[in-house]
Design a protein around this ligand. Structure first.
Ligand code: SF4
Ligand code: SF4
Length: 270
């Protein structure tokens, strides 16, 4: 994202809008500037703010005069008064930032917008996680911190070594140069995104290995990680997952239960 310095009047409205804190008012030039390394191309500023198209020179003059008489001339808080945001044409590998961070852009690899995956929520019909298996969603980043692929790569390699099988219909997996080793392609490792979800599964007996690997590597990365685990319920609606998670020192909250109302697309409905 770019801010046109000829148009910006340094009102500061956009500073609070950016979820990555990537916009600041330069005290020397008196213009808003975007820190390109921190900007994740989420387009919150570009799309989220109303735009007026006031003449920048006139606005600056009025603001200057108003300041002299201790009066403020500020736009409404959700408005860029001069329409100073300008799209930049993104090239690879920077396009990855927008694909993962702008919720209205679908991922090329899956056709799903946002973070690009339906996750296990549609397991009734996709059958990603079968009986005797455990599915994991490992979420990296949040507004305010984001996540770099360098850190995601560090974790996915540790998970692969612990026996993880990465979900194919997932945008992070599609960016792996070696999915068996959990290795993400070198040219995107420096790219930063708002958040990304890694999905994998293992046999139920392998759950402790995955949890331990995740715990060991989590302290080495400069982002936050949220973990979700899923499994098929038995006829009574229970799963052994709760016990396994607690035994490994993880809290267990039952978040969502799919009722099995869909028609499985994968043949074996067992
Ligand atoms: S809202 Fe617009 S005019 Fe105000 S600081 Fe940001 S870019 Fe500049
Ligand atoms: S595109 Fe997103 S991250 Fe970049 S400056 Fe705008 S709001 Fe901030």
């Amino acid at each position: 994202m770019r801010i046109d310095p000829r148009k910006c009047v340094a009102c500061g409205n956009c500073v609070a809008v950016c979820p990555m804190g990537a916009i600041a008012i330069d005290p020397v030039s008196h213009r808003a500037v975007v820190d390109e390394d921190e900007c994740v191309e989420c387009y919150t500023c570009y799309r989220g703010m109303s735009r007026e198209h006031l003449n920048p020179a006139v606005v600056r003059a009025i603001r200057g005069i108003a300041r002299l008489v201790r009066f403020r001339f500020d736009p409404e808080p959700d408005v860029c008064p001069t329409g100073a945001f300008a799209e930049t044409e993104l090239a690879w590998p920077r396009t990855v930032r927008r694909a993962f961070s702008d919720p209205v852009v679908p991922h090329e690899s899956t056709g799903v917008a946002g973070r690009g995956t339906e996750e296990v929520k549609t397991n009734d019909v996709t059958g990603r996680v079968r009986r005797g298996e455990a599915g994991f969603t490992v979420e990296f980043g949040r507004p305010g911190i984001g996540a770099r692929f360098r850190d995601i790569d560090r974790v996915t390699r540790a998970l692969a070594a612990a026996g993880a099988h990465f979900e194919q219909a997932n945008p992070v997996t599609s960016l792996m140069s070696d999915p068996a080793a959990g290795r993400i392609r070198d040219d995107i490792l420096g790219e930063k995104v708002l958040s990304a979800i890694v999905e994998l599964k293992t046999r139920m007996a392998g759950v402790p290995d995955i949890l331990r690997a995740l715990r060991a590597v989590a302290g080495e990365v400069e982002t936050v990680i949220c973990l979700g685990v899923s499994a098929r319920c038995d006829a009574g609606g229970d799963t052994e997952l709760a016990e396994v998670l607690r035994a490994e020192g993880f809290a267990f909250w039952r978040g969502k239960t799919n009722l099995g109302l869909g028609r499985p697309l994968w043949g074996d409905a067992a």
